[in-house]
Design a protein around this ligand. Structure first.
Ligand code: FA5
Length: 337
C-alpha cells in the first residue's frame, strides 16, 4: 500500500480507538515487529539507492508521526479511563447516611415498664415468678382446693407432668411470702395463660401485674388510694373507676375494678361489650387462709392484693379496640408506638 494511504488509514483507526486495548492492537498492526509500517521500512534494503532514500525518508516520517499520534491517543484514553473510574466510584461524603431500620419496644413492654416505674415510686419492689406452676401455688395455697368449683373460674392448660401454665400471677404472692417476712410491698408483672375462646377483649395468653401489700394496718381504703394514684399517673389524668363486690377465694372481701372505657369514652363499644366499662382488675383483702398457707398468723397481719390485666390497661391507654392486635406481629400496628 502507498505509504501515505497507510498513514491516513492508520491515523483514522487510531482516532477511533475506544480503549487502550484496541489502541495496543493497532500499534501492533502498524508499528509492531510485523507491523505494516515496519514491513515497509524493512523492505527498503531491497530497493535501488535513490528510491530507498526517498521512500525511507517518507516512511520514517510516517512512523514518527504515527508514534506521536499513538502517544497522544494513549494519554487521552488513560485520562478517560481514570475519569470513568472516578465517576463510578464516586462517594458523596457529605450525603446523609442511610438510617438502618431499628425496632422499638412493644406497646405491652412499654406499659409494663411504665407500671413498674409508678409502683416503684410508691415503694413497691418488682418480683417475678415461673410461668409453669404447680397446682399447689396456682390453686391450693390460694385457698382453692382440688374439687372446689372455684377452680372453674380459670380454664387451665394442664401439662402431662402434672404441672400447669399459671392462670394468674397470684401464685407469686405465696412464693414471695414463703421467703420474705412482712411488712412487704411487691408487684409481679408476668405472662399468664387461659384456655378461653378469644374475642376483642380476651386472649388465651396475656399479661397481668399482681400487687401485694402486707403490714400491721392495711385497709381497703389504702388500696383504693394507691390504685387511684396509679391510674392517675399511668393515664396522665384522673380516670373514672368503680369498685364492684366480687368473689376470689384468696381475698375477703373481694372486688372487681372497672374503668370507664377510654376507647369509646364510656358510650359503649365492642371493647367494653357495649357497657361503657372495662373490667381491668380483681382485688381484695388477703384471705386469712392465704396467710396460714405461708405460715403467717392472720391475727398479726393485714394486706391487700390485686391483679391488673396489663393488656386491657394498654388497650385503654392507646385506645386499641382488639386485644389480639398485640400478638399478631403486624408491623402496620406495631410501628404506631
Ligand atoms: C385474677 O386473675 C385474680 N388473680 C386477680 C386478683 C389478684 C384478685 C389478687 C384478687 C387479688 P381475673 O380472672 O378477674 O382475676 O383476672 C384479672 C384481670 O385480668 C381482669 O380484670 C382482666 O383485666 C384481665 N383478664 C382476665 N381474663 C383475660 C383474658 N382472657 N384476656 C385478657 N385479659 C384478661
Amino acid at each position: 500500500m502507498d505509504i501515505f494511504r497507510l498513514k491516513k488509514t492508520a491515523s483514522g483507526e487510531i482516532k477511533r480507538a475506544q480503549d487502550l486495548k484496541a489502541l495496543n492492537t493497532l500499534y501492533k498492526k502498524y508499528l509492531g515487529k510485523k507491523g505494516e509500517v515496519t514491513q515497509v521500512l524493512r523492505s527498503l534494503k531491497n530497493l535501488p539507492a535513490k528510491k530507498r532514500q526517498l521512500l525511507g525518508k517518507k516512511a520514517n516520517e510516517v512512523k514518527n508521526s504515527l508514534t506521536i499520534l499513538f502517544d497522544k491517543k494513549a494519554r487521552q484514553l488513560k485520562q478517560k479511563a481514570v475519569k470513568e473510574m472516578e465517576e463510578k466510584e464516586w462517594i458523596d461524603v457529605t450525603a446523609p447516611g442511610k438510617k438502618p431500620i431499628v425496632g422499638h419496644l412493644h406497646p405491652l413492654t412499654q406499659v409494663k415498664r411504665k407500671t413498674e416505674e409508678i409502683f416503684q415510686q410508691m415503694g413497691f419492689s418488682v418480683v417475678e415468678g415461673p410461668e409453669i406452676e404447680t397446682e399447689w401455688y396456682n390453686f391450693d395455697a390460694l385457698n382453692i382446693p382440688k374439687e372446689h368449683p372455684a377452680r372453674d373460674m380459670w380454664d387451665t392448660f394442664y401439662l402431662k407432668n402434672g404441672r400447669l401454665l399459671r392462670t394468674h400471677t397470684s401464685p407469686v404472692q405465696i412464693r414471695y411470702m414463703e421467703k420474705n417476712q412482712p411488712p412487704l410491698r411487691i408487684i409481679v408483672p408476668g405472662r399468664i395463660f387461659r384456655h378461653e375462646a378469644t374475642d376483642a377483649s380476651h386472649e388465651i395468653n396475656f399479661y397481668q401485674v399482681e400487687g401485694l401489700m402486707v403490714d400491721k394496718n392495711v385497709s381497703a381504703s389504702n388500696f383504693k388510694a394507691i390504685i387511684e394514684e396509679f391510674f392517675k399517673r399511668f393515664f396522665g389524668k384522673p380516670v373514672q373507676i368503680r369498685l364492684r363486690p366480687s368473689f376470689f377465694p384468696f381475698t375477703e372481701p373481694s372486688f372487681e375494678i372497672d374503668i370507664s372505657c377510654l376507647v369509646c369514652g364510656g358510650k359503649g363499644c365492642s371493647t367494653c361489650s357495649r357497657t361503657g366499662w372495662v373490667e381491668i382488675m380483681g382485688a381484695g383483702m388477703v384471705h386469712p387462709a392465704v396467710f396460714k398457707a405461708v405460715g403467717l398468723n392472720p391475727k398479726n397481719w393485714q394486706g391487700f392484693a390485686f391483679g391488673i390485666g396489663m393488656d386491657r390497661l394498654a388497650m385503654m391507654k392507646y385506645k386499641i379496640n382488639d386485644i389480639r392486635l398485640f400478638y399478631n406481629g403486624d408491623l402496620r400496628f406495631l410501628q404506631q408506638f
